[in-house]
Write a protein that binds this ligand. Structure first.
Ligand SMILES: [Zn+2]
Length: 390
């Protein structure tokens, strides 16, 4: 083992031309395209700028210590919300309030120019994505209003379909039959309008029919903000190889989701057994008014040792990344953690403070500094800029 460590050290020294993994991480632009803190913070009644270590995956101080330069916060509500557009605006208000409260640590980002200004200032570049087309309530003017408030991507569907686009869940369970799946004429109009506005299309959660309908008409590169590779973990939320190849042809980027169940196909079954064991505790939180997903996350945090025992290793996340790189090259992969929207990532990735471990792991796998810079954020910057050109 000892000589292996030496070799690893030598390899690191050579590949990084003397730079330490920490230095490489700090100097790279790190963009995480999906963090669910706005919803988690509301559900748990916790402030983003407080010290939330032990309660959440994210807080402002840990994002900065983790080297995140730009965070895209997910604006989200489930289909049970009666007024999803109003809810989305309420969450946007929350994120704006964080930025206003912390002008020396956070900076609002809507454009590449603003993003670069945030990088120069050393503040956390703060961006917004809306996770679920249901939040525009079938109205193009609501899409415009969200764009005007700073939203820069829309995930066309969440697990629920809209009247104009079918979700992966509904397509794969047959709730929406193939003849009715994909984009409707309104869906195509929305996609075209997003291209015109410069709002990125996010295909995570979308059904395959929707995906291919989007691919046929989009004039701009798109993203999957938080999805992993189906070939390694056959889950409906992951992307198949032909989808990944199509995203590469489109010059888009797949941002890997850290959720243990999207990395390891055995995880969900093991987690279900634990959920059953602690069902009474979760039920009592739900009865007290907590959303079921967050209740489950809180229970998982309480019984951390049991839950840690079923988490996959960090190397599996890197395997997903390697798979995409082998398939389409290093220009089409990035990171979309889904922190605070997932109960667990791989072992060692306990929160936003752990991002430097990914850079160290990339170096160990032989990625060059230039390649690491693309993966951590350079690829996203390219797509954002391409969407800004008319
Ligand atoms: Zn999601």
């Amino acid at each position: 083992m000892k000589h292996l460590c030496c070799w690893t050290f030598l390899l690191l020294a050579v590949t990084s031309l003397g730079q330490t993994p920490t230095r490489i991480h700090q100097r790279a632009v790190l963009v995480d395209t999906h963090n669910d803190f706005p919803s988690a913070g509301i559900a748990k009644n916790l402030p983003f700028d407080g010290n939330l270590l032990g309660s959440t995956h994210s807080d402002l101080a840990r994002m900065q210590s983790g080297g995140i330069d730009v965070q895209i916060f997910s604006i989200f509500c489930g289909p049970e919300q009666a007024k999803p557009f109003a809810w989305a605006n309420r969450e946007i208000d929350s994120v704006r309030a964080w930025v206003q409260r912390n002008p020396d640590r956070m900076q609002w980002v809507r454009t590449s120019r603003e993003l670069h200004a945030a990088l120069r200032s050393g503040r956390l570049g703060t961006m917004l994505g809306v996770e679920g087309g249901h939040m525009i309530e079938d109205r193009l003017e609501n899409l415009q209003a969200l764009f005007d408030r700073g939203v820069r991507y829309l995930t066309l569907t969440w697990n629920n379909s809209t009247s104009w686009a079918s979700s992966a869940l509904d397509e794969t369970t047959g709730r929406i039959p193939p003849a009715k799946a994909g984009l409707t004429p309104l869906g195509r109009e929305i996609v075209r309008r997003m291209n015109d506005l410069g709002m990125l299309i996010d295909v995570s959660h979308n059904g395959e029919r929707t995906f291919w309908d989007v691919m046929a008409i989009t004039r701009k590169p798109l993203i999957a903000s938080h999805s992993s590779a189906y070939a390694l973990c056959p889950h409906r939320r992951n992307l198949k190889d032909d989808q990944i190849r199509a995203i590469a042809r489109n010059q888009g980027v797949v941002h890997l989701n850290f959720y243990a169940g999207f990395l390891d196909s055995t995880y969900d079954q093991k987690a279900a057994a634990l959920a059953q064991r602690y069902k009474a505790e979760t039920d009592s939180l739900v009865r007290a008014g907590m959303q079921p997903d967050y209740a489950q996350m809180m229970v998982a945090e309480k019984h951390r040792e049991d839950y840690n025992a079923i988490r996959p290793p960090l190397s599996l996340l890197l395997d997903h990344l390697d798979h995409i790189v082998r398939l389409v090259g290093v220009d089409h992969v990035g990171l979309g953690s889904d922190f605070d929207g997932i109960e667990a990532g791989p072992l060692g990735l306990d929160g936003v403070e752990a991002f430097p471990k990914i850079t160290a792991a990339l170096l160990e796998r032989g990625y060059s500094v230039k390649e690491i810079r693309k993966i951590l954020g350079g690829n996203f910057l390219r797509v954002l800029k391409a969407n800004e050109h008319r």
